[in-house]
Design a protein. Sequence first.
Lengths: 276, 545
Amino acid sequence: MRTFGPVASVATVALLAILGAGLSAQQPTPAPITKAPAATNPLQGDEAAIKYGMGLFRSRCADCHGVDARGVRSPDLTQVWASGRTDEGLFLTVKNGVPNTEMPANARMFDHEVWQVLAYLRTLAAPASTDPPRGNAENGQRLYRANCASCHRVNGVGGRLGPDLSRIGSARARDAMVRRIRGAVEDFRPGYEPVTLTQDNGQAIHGVKKNEDLFSVQIMDTRERIQGYEKDKMKEVANDTKSAMPPFGTDRLSASDLDDVVRYLQTLRGFDTAVK
Amino acid sequence: MKIRFVRIAVLTALGAVGTIALSAQQAPPPALVTNQELLAGLPADGSRWLTFGGDYFNQRYSPLTQITPENVNRLQPQWTFQTRTLGNFETTTLVRDNVLYVTGPQNLAWAIDARTGRQIWQYRRELPPNLTACCGLVNRGFGVLGDKLFMVTLDAHLLALDMKTGAVAWDATMEDYKIGYASTIAPLVVKDKVIVAVAGGEYGIRGFIDAYDAQSGKRAWRFYTIPGPGEPGHNTWAGDSWKIGGTGVWVTGAYDPEQNLVFYGTGNPGPDYHSESREGDNLYSCSVVALDVDTGKLRWHYQFTPHDVHDWDSTEVPVLADIPIGGQTRKVLMFANRNGFYYTLDRTTGRVITAKPFVQTTWAKEIGSDGRPMLLPGHTPDEKGEITCPDITGGTNFWPPSYDPRQRLFFVNAREACMTYYAWKPEYNPGDRFTGGAGQRARGPDMPVYGALRAIDPATGERKWEFKYLNPSPIGLLTTASNLIFSGDSEGNLLALDSRNGKLLWRYQMGSTMHGTSPITYMLDGRQQVLVPAGTTLTAWALPQ
């Protein structure tokens, strides 16, 4: 079989080419593919690919996903890696589309074009840092456990009030992590917007908002209780402007400790939940 | 052969006996759906809802009064029907003789027992696997005449289905779906014609409105929304841009029997944002066109947004009424436009009577006395991006408004949102998206994003009241003679309000946004029903027995 493999492939390709030529006038529908040519993007970080990818993204994707890829009529694409999608899975989604939705198949896109788009998207999700890696991950992990783990979860261990950080290393660039730890808040992530509910007896419940409509709000409070509340039974429901996460200034975290924490976070690439 | 004849004769005889035996117990079935029924709109007895807008004027105003502001909080669900498929309803249900006729996503359609929510028949059209159908695999509803239902398909066909079985009676091809044509509109049946149109404004189509003979399915006329060489308006398109200038039509028009005219809102010109290749006003994009029913000839047009560069299709629902303005009764056409302006037009001439912004609008100062918008500078998208309000989805969109003729109020679900618009030069490939740009959400303290149900006086364009939503609501409306208005929010709440003041009276969490759908109401065995499509469900509501 091994001997004949390549021959058979050549014959198959030739046959497909002939069939393709015959069918092209009828615009054949390429069958969905089930396997990407690579598990990880071979063009990730490639400057030329990122440039071409931007052009392709703008002309083919931005109308629905937004020029900033944060979603207009279709989902936010800057969070897909953070939410656990893989290069391979995203390649298949772009090529095959999502059946029975508005996301079309892009079967006629060349493989390298799909990788170019993903390489570009990756720069929006986690802009590449020009700084060389620095810091001590081992010390960073110790600092993380002491300062962060009560609210953040990594590989199934830790708090739940803040976002799970098990994949943060592939989702956020170093600069973005540094800014966030030092206290900069550009935007609250949906599901983590801080909220304060004031009850009729004046007692306040602090938490993060999981969902909301005109009549109710669903939150996780600071004790990690998930609970819904009817607004007309509350004195006030106020969106807080300050994050539930305290800023870690130089008084709380020295520059070198910060380097260590970030170095540790950069090692976090995902959590394998499979039972072994 | 002989044996078969005998058998048929016996069966026929049996059938005749059966009919006689039954007739003593039950009323004969109503005759075929007539043009008189369609012309009559929503009857006082609540026995039917036979056109997209309830009546030809698209008022979605029911004379039924059993459900009132006082008792609406006692509504109870009667049953729920589930499509058991992907995709959402975006339809207006028809009802006659206690049977509901409804189209769903993926070109599915059903006849459903209005008493129980049980399916009588289902129709499913096999869709081509490489369908591009822009902007949702949806359908906005049936038209009906005689014993036939009419529905368009995502691969740009028009079908006639047998009302009793769902079997296809005829199948007319409108255009080739492979080069970007699709259809989602609810057919409008007028006289002996079925009027439909094509979507695909983002795919370089040349839009049109068609009329087909209801009996035979043969095409009676076609009106291209982009004039061809030699026709008036052709010179409003530079070069060959008219061939791929978009201007689809995907929302049902209104009909004025007195003038023998149908009125349709038309889609945006393409490419949407990069417009250098299509210099000119780009007639009849972003317009309302008044067409003669018998010939499809243009009587008049009014262009809301000449040379649109923001994807502001004027495919909102035109609503007709006769109202006193300045001491005389005017025949008007009311139109809340995606571009942020509300218009009252004279529907005999197409001239503007009043035009006012009904949401935050930054691209035009006002509508001039010549009917053209007075543009403000800095609102042409380019590679760097420019911020304009409203956003791409617009001040409102295709979800139907409603008009209460007693209060003379026009109701619309309005959106407040702004956008950074970008443009770049596109390449045209048949069947591919052809927009030449995109947008991204503009955020800032002076650009709050929210929605509101607004009541507008059509004589002045002034707002009478509003009910604010947390987020923009993409839901069609229903008003009743008992001062109720049914709406919903984007978080899935079905809402009943007092149409006199916007006071919230009742709500129920449906579990899904009623995206692009509208509730309808009718009588069933003496009880008023409100039928609500939401997501993949239809739910009937009524007061307790």
